[in-house]
Design a protein. Structure first.
Length: 247
């Protein structure tokens, strides 16, 4: 599949003249060659400079993807996607590229070390979509990190393969973090399960009977926090550990 990276024209033609382009892996190409790093990105990142007449912000969400801060805000717009893209073409500091498929437009760009992306599609009342901002860098490998302090109950051999945390937009101090994580551990699955069970108990976690009859599965709680774990055996005496947590 040919990957397109088009410079954003100004003005953008509307209607069928936008053409048809296949997105698929194109979306992945926006960050190709740009590994991400975990410098702090404010959870209250402002999108006020991207306000345009008629645009209404709806839901917002903050998350961490493999420790990379990501802020997403959904929006609605009374006009067609091409009309909104036309308005955003006047903001080259944020958007330098455009990808188009049938009825869908994606604008992206780099600004001060941040990747900005606007994904818009037609709706019954005009346009819907999401705007996201994520910190990026060229020189840091985001994979195979040591686990964060929260996972101090993991074996020393554990290495993080993937993590996602959805951060609540509630006021500071309130619970609301949900996470999914995958770790590679240089230990057999049963040994990982036994080790983690001992460590969690010594760390004040209480095991719940939810998965008592399922090998490799366990469920834990400590105050308002919850953990669900599953380990699977891999070749070479290694294992993968899947962790779901709510705190």
């Amino acid at each position: 599949m040919k990957i397109l990276s088009l410079r954003l024209p100004r003005p953008i033609r509307t209607g069928k003249s936008l053409g048809r382009r296949t997105l698929g892996t194109c979306l992945m190409s926006l960050g190709c060659g740009w590994p991400v790093y975990a410098d702090a990105l404010s959870a209250s990142a402002s999108f006020s400079e991207l306000d345009v007449p008629g645009l209404q912000w709806t839901a917002s969400q903050s998350m961490l993807l493999s420790d990379v801060p990501l802020r997403v805000r959904a929006f609605s717009f009374p006009g067609e996607p091409a009309q909104l893209a036309q308005l955003y073409s006047g903001k080259p500091a944020y958007f330098q590229r455009i990808l188009v498929s049938t009825g869908r437009i994606v604008l992206s760009g780099l600004r001060n070390g941040e990747h900005w992306l606007a994904d818009m599609h037609p709706t019954a009342t005009g346009t819907g979509g999401k705007l996201s901002v994520m910190r990026v860098a060229r020189d840091q490998d985001a994979s195979h990190r040591d686990p964060p302090l929260f996972f101090r109950w993991l074996p020393a051999q554990a290495r993080a393969l993937f993590s996602r945390q959805d951060l609540s937009d509630a006021s500071s101090g309130k619970d609301g973090v949900v996470g999914q994580h995958v770790f590679r551990v240089a230990m057999p699955g049963p040994d990982v399960t036994a080790y983690v069970r001992r460590q969690l108990r010594s760390d004040g976690w209480l095991e719940e009977p939810v998965y008592a009859d399922m090998a490799g599965h366990s469920s834990w709680r400590r105050k308002a926090s919850r953990l669900a774990l599953f380990s699977s055996q891999e070749p070479g005496g290694k294992s993968s550990l899947y962790v779901h947590h709510v705190k």
